[in-house]
Design a protein around this ligand. Structure first.
Ligand SMILES: [Zn+2]
Ligand SMILES: [Zn+2]
Length: 309
């Protein structure tokens, strides 16, 4: 199992491959395990600037056709444009899964090509269950898995923040599932860090019990979270539920993201989480992007939600 490898052995080559899949112009260096992007050379005058700025997008569902959003390509393109017009270059962009609707090669090609237009040095992803409908994630990993381990999980350090990308969309019964190999990875990955290192965790399905009746939770998340208990600041960002929601449990704050495709009902409203068709003109209000900033010295990350323009 690749998961048995030492987390320290995420090599420079792997990180470069991971960060550079959309172009060769990424100046990514690893020094003492820390990824240094352009922010390491920011001018000294720029002191008020947050230590880390990134954007989250989720659930683009490229390939979806239905009245809930007749043009998901257009709305995903609008989200990319919005990120490219934030007025600064995000240090990275994370897509938290359901990149595609049906995991076809054409859908993966399209979403990858579109994200290549993001103005950022690094694009990271985690898979949604729609990205592995027929092959346990093989096509997903062929397109987006460079530099990852196991079923596509990974971690990296950037600007003093430790980031973990998890895969909880395989081996599903009803709830999300991490599995023993991945839990082992998380435990070893975190063991080397000091407790004041801010931790950011990405997953598609929530790691908290948002609404288990609809599968909106992860059956073995408690185990993963137990390895995070000693850290001062843990921020878990997920997709899948297509709506904003946040919850704090002890040292961990969970934030569900909205989508760029179509809304789903609020938990328990209606019989099932099926795409909602809103009255004409209201769709973009239910879609959006998220900005996340971290400033060294603060314990919390700051989130800013933006409706799709
Ligand atoms: Zn989704
Ligand atoms: Zn999903």
């Amino acid at each position: 199992m690749t998961a048995a490898r030492d987390p320290q052995q995420m090599t420079r080559r792997q990180l470069i491959r991971h960060g550079a899949w959309f172009g060769a112009a990424v100046g990514l260096a690893v020094v003492g395990g820390e990824v240094l992007s352009h922010l390491a050379t920011a001018p000294a005058a720029d002191v008020a600037r947050p230590t880390l700025r990134f954007a989250q997008i989720s659930d683009s569902h490229i390939g979806f056709t239905g009245t809930a959003n007749p043009d998901v390509t257009n709305s995903f393109g609008a989200a990319i444009d919005q990120i490219n017009n934030l007025g600064y270059t995000p240090d990275f962009v994370i897509h938290t899964g359901d990149l595609t609707h049906l995991a076809t090669p054409a859908q993966f090609d399209q979403v990858k090509q579109m994200m290549g237009g993001l103005n950022t040095p690094h694009v990271f992803t985690v898979p949604g269950e729609h990205d592995s409908v027929d092959d346990a994630g093989q096509k997903y990993r062929a397109a987006f898995g460079a530099g990852t381990r196991g079923d596509g999980w990974y971690s990296f350090d950037i600007a003093g923040v430790h980031v973990i990308g998890l895969v909880n969309t395989l081996n599903l019964k009803k709830l999300g599932h991490l599995g023993a190999d991945q839990l082992d990875f998380v435990e070893k990955d975190l063991a080397q860090l000091s407790a004041d290192t801010p931790i950011v965790v990405f997953s598609h399905i929530p790691l908290f019990a948002m609404y288990p009746d609809w599968g909106w939770g992860t059956d073995d998340a408690t185990q993963a979270l137990s390895y995070m208990r000693r850290f001062a600041s843990v921020t878990c960002l997920n997709g899948h539920v297509h709506q904003l929601f946040s919850k704090t449990e002890g040292n961990v704050t969970f934030y569900s993201a909205t989508t760029t495709a179509y809304p789903l009902p609020h938990p328990g409203v209606g019989p099932a989480p099926k795409p909602l068709t809103l009255p004409a003109g209201q769709l973009h209000d239910a879609l959006g992007i998220r900005e996340v900033t971290y400033t060294r010295g603060n314990s919390e990350l700051a989130l800013k939600e933006q409706r799709l323009q």
